[in-house]
Design a protein around this ligand. Structure first.
Ligand SMILES: [Zn+2]
Length: 146
């Protein structure tokens, strides 16, 4: 359990270092190929057309990604059996964080949300910084897609 800011910071840095320094894992054999329409439909059915990360619905025609359940870098195959559907945004934020690292990020996000909702001085500051960050990110995305 985290007991101080410095312990929390060390924990985050340590997890990042573990992830960055992990030995090169053996990738599963085979190359990634496009999934067939039938395979994609089968993958979407596994979760009842919901993103396996956030639980939100994936509407008909909406773009979604087939996410490896066991990462290819950890030996997971590029096969329909090893995929679950995700929103692109959820999959991009999930990235390749270690499970413990991702759980800390979720806890931090929920805590930040509560701080913002309570609208205390710190919560307002956090909301302002996040809004600036999001505006910058959105403008970068728009420039990249031109
Ligand atoms: Zn999602």
């Amino acid at each position: 359990m985290t007991v101080s800011a410095s312990v929390f910071l060390r924990q985050l840095r340590s997890l990042r270092k573990q992830r960055m320094n992990a030995p090169v894992r053996v990738r599963a054999r085979g190359t990634r190929r496009s999934l067939s329409r039938v395979e994609r439909a089968s993958i979407l059915t596994k979760t009842g057309s919901r993103c396996h990360l956030c639980g939100g619905s994936i509407r008909p025609g909406e773009s979604w990604q087939a996410d490896h359940v066991l990462a290819n870098s950890a030996g997971g195959a590029h096969s329909a059996d090893n995929y679950l559907p995700t929103h692109a945004l959820c999959n991009n934020y999930r990235w390749d964080y270690l499970p413990e690292e991702f759980q800390l990020i979720l806890k931090l996000g929920v805590w930040a949300r509560t701080a913002i909702e309570r609208d205390a001085k710190f919560g307002r500051e956090l909301a302002n910084r996040f809004a600036k960050h999001e505006a910058h990110r959105q403008s970068r995305l728009r420039r990249a897609s031109v």
